[in-house]
Design a protein around this ligand. Structure first.
Ligand SMILES: [Zn+2]
Length: 516
């Protein structure tokens, strides 16, 4: 077994006389000891996790739920002693949407309560409805003509019955093996993929938004669907077309009530209907839809730096979630870790050279709206030409993000920034005993570090053990899935990384900025 690239110990550097490179990459072992003591012996991370997941709950961007959570988190940031705590508005987002009530039952040919969650940005039912269920296979404009006038007052089952994967129930708590971690450290050259020709949409097929418009025009009682392949799970997403209509009140009110049903309950109705027997459901959905378009906000707070150059190190996670569960892993866990990292640093009384700033984003689940708006407003974007870059662009050393579930850190992704290897590897040294060993050259995506990386600012995501269970975006992402030790380790490691980045003589090296 070959040991992959490791940081060169400082002793070896001195012996080699190689003082010219990496001399700035120090490990402050005394402070690491304090961080470890605070983070591993006096941890508050599970209290953050529990309060946010249990008491505050789901936090859909631009919802009353999210606004309540943002107020609590701001107060907590002040309580731990952060300064310049603020909610920064970044865009006219849309109106609020909150689910207040949902009740769904099979009432014939047998009684059974059913588990279902409304799709976000849809309307309520017209009070309590008892509706005959029908399977609808709506694909083309011809189907519209055949179905027109037949669906009034019906509960329409609009998706094919999902195939259920029993795997996630039996996987336990998956951990990376040493071999898997080393595979992630090996250089992989991914050949550039040819750009696929743009797909030409069959104009005869209806879009998802067109189908919804048809169901609304028909006056269905409710649209039922099931797209999750996991037993007991629904995915909590939003109505197709809601982004395009700017999360508008009119768009939400024009939608029928749409409920995602857990696959085993959906499939039971589907099988009975396929026998040619009748199915009746009782359903009531109440969604609260706001009256005014409001601005979405990101939360920030700081431990101020002492250095007159005014440089900054950032850490963060997205506070927003989908709405069908508290999303204890995605991304309550990232928020708990980032808050706890700040608490640890305050508790041990660090006086960092660079300002340490936490960013808790919103709009991530809809497409990184919050972090991208923040980066553009504060740092700028070289792709929009020289004038697009702000003075603060040169003052940010790095941004560290957590958003790959609640699994423990096993390493960090370089994000294609080979020059940052020396720093990121050296700062990992004090945590090898916690299982933090891998520096992967891979670039990873899908979350808020991309908002920094895409404009040429060092944005990093930790390499995490995969989240236990069914993960985020479902109705099943609860506190019970979270491993306390994992989050304690993560917050300790996060605190140490941002501390070292704040104290390092030089900024973390950057990739070449993207060209306009
Ligand atoms: Zn996430």
């Amino acid at each position: 077994m070959t040991r992959s690239i490791r940081p060169i110990p400082l002793v070896a550097l001195v012996l080699l006389g190689a003082t010219a490179f990496n001399k700035a990459v120090n490990v402050d072992w005394a402070t690491v000891a304090k961080i470890r003591e605070e983070g591993l012996q006096h941890s508050q991370v599970m209290e953050y996790e529990a309060y946010i997941a249990d008491v505050l709950g789901a936090r859909l961007t631009m919802s009353n739920d999210m606004q309540r959570a943002q107020s609590w988190v701001q107060a907590e940031m002040k309580r731990i002693g952060l300064v310049n705590v603020a909610a920064e508005p970044y865009m006219d987002y849309g109106v609020t949407w909150d689910n207040e009530y949902v009740s769904l039952h099979l009432v014939a040919p047998d009684y059974q309560p059913m588990v279902g969650y409304p799709i976000a940005h849809t309307n309520s039912t017209n009070g309590k409805q008892i509706a005959d269920a029908v399977i609808v296979d709506l694909q083309t404009h011809r189907d519209v003509e055949a179905l027109r006038g037949t669906l009034r007052g019906k509960a329409v089952l609009v998706t094919p019955p999902p195939v259920i994967d029993l795997g996630p129930l039996t996987n336990g708590v998956p951990r990376y093996t040493q071999d898997q971690l080393e595979a992630l450290e090996r250089v992989t050259i991914v050949p550039a993929r040819p750009v696929p020709a743009r797909a030409i949409r069959n104009p005869d097929l209806l879009t998802a938004a067109e189908k919804i418009t048809f169901y609304a025009a028909e006056g269905v009682a409710v649209v039922l669907q099931s797209e999750s392949g996991w037993l007991g799970a629904v995915r909590g997403f939003s109505r197709p077309g809601s982004r395009e209509d700017g999360w508008s009140r009119a768009g939400m009110l024009a939608s029928p009530a749409i409920v995602a049903v857990t696959p085993e309950h959906y499939n039971r109705m589907y099988r009975i209907l396929k026998r040619g027997l009748g199915v009746q459901v009782e359903v009531e959905v109440r969604n609260r839809i706001g009256a005014q378009v409001q601005k979405a906000v990101n939360l920030v707070g700081e431990i101020p730096g002492t250095d007159p150059r005014g440089e900054v190190v950032m850490l963060g996670a997205h506070l927003d979630t989908w709405h069908a569960s508290p999303n204890a892993s995605d991304n309550t866990s990232g928020v708990a870790v980032a808050l706890e990292a700040m608490r640890i640093l305050r508790a041990i009384g660090v006086r960092p050279k660079r300002t340490i700033r936490i960013g808790l984003w919103s709009g991530e689940e809809q497409g990184l709206y919050g972090s991208r708006a923040y980066v553009r407003a504060h740092f700028g974007d070289p792709r929009t030409g020289g004038a697009g870059v702000k003075p603060a662009y040169e003052k940010l050393s790095a941004y560290f993000n957590q958003d790959y579930g609640a699994g423990q850190y096993r390493g960090i992704y370089l994000q294609g920034n080979e020059q940052a290897r020396a720093h990121l590897a050296a700062w990992m040294e004090p945590f090898r005993d916690l299982g933090m060993t891998a520096v992967s050259n891979q670039s990873v995506g899908s979350t808020d570090h991309i908002a920094f990386d895409e404009v040429g600012l060092p944005g990093f995501q930790f390499l995490q053990d995969r989240t236990p269970g069914t993960g985020g975006h479902t109705n099943l992402d609860f506190f019970d899935m979270i491993q306390a030790e994992d989050l304690m380790k993560n917050a300790t490691i996060m605190a140490s990384y941002v501390y070292h980045a704040a104290m390092s003589d030089e900024r973390i090296p950057r990739k070449a900025p993207p060209r306009p």
